[in-house]
Design a protein around this ligand. Sequence first.
Ligand code: SF4
Length: 364
Amino acid sequence: MQEISLYIHIPFCERKCNYCAFVSYCVSKEKIDEYVEYLCREIEKRKTDKVVKSIYFGGGTPSLLNGEQFEKIVKAIYDNFDVYDNAEFTIEANPNSITEEILKKWKILRVNRISVGVQSLSDKSLKKIGRLHNKKMALEKIKLARHYFDNVSADLIVGLEDETGKDLRMYARELIALGVKHISCYLLEIYENAPIYKMIQNGQYRPLDDDQTIDSFEKLSRGLVDMGLERYEISNFAYPGYESKHNLNYWQRGDYLGFGVASHSLVDGKRLENPDTFEEYYAGKTKEIVLDKKDEIEEIIMLGLRCKIGVEIAKLEKLGYDITQNEYYKDYVLQGIITTDEQKLYLNPVFYHVSNTIISNLLP
Ligand code: SF4
């Protein structure tokens, strides 16, 4: 039985965060209704015989959808796809849009995993980066979400002004004490089109420098491992059994369909890219990108070495790349930077912070 994952992009937010460079817009309910219509049409158009093993609503802020809008999309999915009874079904939510009513609705509609955008538990930081919640609200909403769902994940940002590794470890401890099972840790990225870029230029914001950020990440990561979570991907930590199945599918280059503005798909080796604007998306201007062997090899290495699942050597060989002949390979194995059991290659987690260089050296 061939399997597939589904991603639904909800590109709406109540207000733009100061660091945001994602495709997301602040719009009216009517605009969202219109988008939901087009989403449902796209879902219908792309139906396949493959069985759905995970569904993921990401954004933007998917928790901004009201119950009716959300139900419409879910219905379109179940009307057009076979979905495993135990499929993982995640929705991303911001603390300010989590309510008891919407949690109950999600539960009825078979959602079984909530990923909460906490980002920080410092009120000062949250305000500076333009989030709409404070620490108290974040913790209350996590508690509420946990009341309805066992599988709750939280995101944290590393690199925010004045936030040390010790602070981040403390946030993680507070979240875990409330029953959070999975934590994603993202580095603060500064994009020129995000307001934070100007704030930095004007001296209104001072993110951590690169060394401080790496140090904070390492401290947080060691803290999470000490708390019993496993680092199953460079930025993701989970208790056993709580790894994100949806993201694991991406990293293993399994088939997935992405619906909505700016979403991508990978099906039977073909990549589809939806446009970033509503006009082009509504006009159905999806681009098909044909991946050549080199692209595939690069993706397999880049994605596999970021995860504990590693890279299957045979997959590379099938595509004509003998990685053991790479000029860096022997040295990396001798130095313990990469390990191998003959079938797979793994990046030693001690070197995750320099993974970009290692990975690019191992590419064909
Ligand atoms: S909630 Fe996420 S997508 Fe929305 S503005 Fe903030 S960072 Fe961007």
